[in-house]
Design a protein. Sequence first.
Length: 391
Amino acid sequence: MTSNAPWPPPASRPGPPPSAVWNVPVQPPHRSDTPGLRALLLSGAVLVLAGLALVVPFLLSSTGSGGLAIGFVLSLVPLAIVLGTVAIVDRWEPEPKRLLAFALAWGAVVAVATTTLAQPVFMAAFAPTGAGRDATREFLATVEAPFVEELSKGIGLLVLFLAARKYFDGPVDGVVYGMTIAAGFAFTENILYFGRAFAESQGSPAGLVVVFMLRGILSPFAHAMFTGTLGAIVGFAARRWNAGSGLVAFLVGLVPAMLLHHLWNSAGSSFFLVYAAVQVPLFCVAIGGVYLLRRADARLTHRRLSEYARAGWFTALEVDMLATPRGRSAGLRWAASRGRASAMRQFIRVATELAYTRQRAVSGRDLAGYLVAEQELLREAGRLRDVVVAP
């Protein structure tokens, strides 16, 4: 849809399909949580509460109350940058907010607590014996941190893949969940670094400013790139879901995530050289990769909705409006001119959910209750369509 002409032309509106449910006025379909999803959210809440009992005292002892407060406030800046980017990536087929909250809490609390507990065990088992302080610190940064931190964050991603597979449809979803977990982890880690820099500043803000610029402004996406890479690889396995392929993808995806983390932490005194020569190009590649994945999702949505169009549920013009970025923008502009932008956004959302519901069934996933869910979504799409085009 590329013009501003009224949508849809009256002659293009399809007649009622054989099931005669298109124009039945119904309420939005109720999406009840499955027992597995409820168990996931409940157990996540328990883990977060338990993790807070470890993380908060650790931060307080490392930064002091003043440092904790300053670190918390400053850490909101990179957190907002990353979550704002996640929202842009997630616009095509938004993930449930409760699962994004789970991912953020996992990263900010559970992964940090796991890292804190696992670090001394890892060091006792694998750190070189008799090494000096500098060698131990380098091992901690370049070996222990990439392994333990990426595994701690990645477990949360694997839990979402296994327990909330209905909402884990592909690599873009994996990137969204991975980046959200990483944003939470970096948030807590930044509180530690910023708070400690404040506590050690002794009245001079220079050290704190340097740390904030390096971590909060120049590299807010470091952790997001690491875990987002893992998420993308796991997401490819989600296209044809089974636990075995997901676990293999998880183990494979940990390798580049850990290597990227290792490369970042190994920069040392060559930070700016590595940043310019390696990290910036990698970030550009990541942007390009996410763009291509988004385009692939748009093509998938178009393909599935076209199948419904051939059955008479949509017109070709409607498929273009619902399943292309340009068409969505044009449709929203047209609806806004009639005061119906909200209904149009809901129409787009329901049509996208319909496409992904069918995709899960086509790929052999989420077959239980598929027909009922499909009929509910088709009814709701019809109701919203009538709201949008009503005189």
